[in-house]
Ligand binder design. Sequence first.
Ligand code: FE
Ligand code: CA
Length: 517
Amino acid sequence: MDKRRFLQALGALGAAGLAPACATSPAPPAFDRDPFALGVASGYPAADGVVLWTRLVTDPGAPGGGLDPVPVRVGWEVARDEAMREVVLRGTTTADPAWAHAVHVEARGLAPDRWYWYRFTAGDARSPVGRTRTAPAAGAAVARLRFVFASCQHYETGYYGAWRHAAADAPDLVAFLGDYIYESSGARNPVRQHGAGETYTLDEYRARYARYRSDADLQAAHAACPWIVTWDDHEVDNDYAGAQPEDDMPPGEFLLRRAAAYRAYYEHMPLPAAMRPNGLRMRIHTALDWGALARFHVLDDRQYRDVQACLRPGQAGGSNTVDVASCPALADAGRSLLGREQERWLEASLASSPAGWNILAQQTPLAQFDQQPGPGRRAWTDGWDGYPAARRRLLEYLAAARVANPFAIGGDVHVFTAADLKPDFDDAASPVVASEVACTAISSRSWPQERVDPFLADNPHIKLIDARRRGYARAEITARGLAVDLRGMQSVAAPDAACDTTASFFVAAGRAGIERA
Ligand code: FE
Ligand code: CA
């Protein structure tokens, strides 16, 4: 448009009509430091689009991230090439101080099954370029999906070198399975520090996320591909269950703390608008399709669960390790880890799945883990072992509904595990109906190997427990089956350590059971 036609068009709009729009639009920002200090991210790829994320921050540790509490206009663009020459979509949005200047853009109208690049602008500042992709079209035949899953990244106990290696693998997707931040501080012999104590308020949770998100290796993994995410307990409070905290904070008060934590979670993750917190709640369980190849059923095992069974004496909540025979509450079929509503949603999601593979993306291992060598069984009440009737319901459903190739991915325990899943783990004749791999922690500490080895004989369905390494898991689904490499860091005490594959497992398509590859 030339200048004359531009002025004519402007005149047609009317100066009176323009004035209020100008008056209410955000002032052009001037930043004394890079406002994209937390990097960029994308998430929840659909066949026609993806969520793009950033949060404007000039000083990650400061309240408000160092920005004045005024709205800031942010531009975004999506291109077909890394140099951002072939822009296919662009727009503007507002970074609202009420949402910590976080930006969530749902970029729609993209082509299925291809890579894109994106970036943001604010004032004269420009973000790094992120790489993302769309999912294949509904029902499309897909030759291969490569994804990484990971969990548990306590900032104080290790560097995030695992993320640098995961990004270098160039996966199609990352599934993060909980403990993105840790609310508690004060690890012994830390390699680096939170610089603040336990988080309770919205500002404290925001500052904790900003601290984690300042890490260059974590930023690289977010910029490498889209993520799907779920949370576990440490995004709020250790071992919480629904409205019940681990300690004796009254549930009403705790729900306000939880709402602050959930809001900060939304502000820092590439989540769709449909997951925005709604009052005290925030619905994050969802399904995501990868053409005809896979459906991810992303679960929330914290928000709707019943309080743990057989609490420690004098405790209002939290986990325990109990002798199963002396904890009859464990057998109560009324208790649920997902909540009955989410259980019904999951059954519908599994029943309607058109996919060749059904991935249960959730927090904690499903396999029973007996911690009492020899006769008798001891169980940890915070994981699925604390909700065995609900677990059996789920595993029996997988068989009864003939769900295609169910495979669970989890984290939480800070060790690698690979296991077969059976409705009755105590019955050698109970059929294998699914299998699972839980990834070790990105950086959080675990028990030593010597502590888990004595339990292996009592858990024949568990093929491996490797507590020696931190790292991530790398999976590939093809027509043949699902292959998983357990990727272990040599060390997390140094930022530049090497990573290698410590073991590989394989599940053949159409045949339940995991094997060492
Ligand atoms: Fe953890
Ligand atoms: Ca035993």
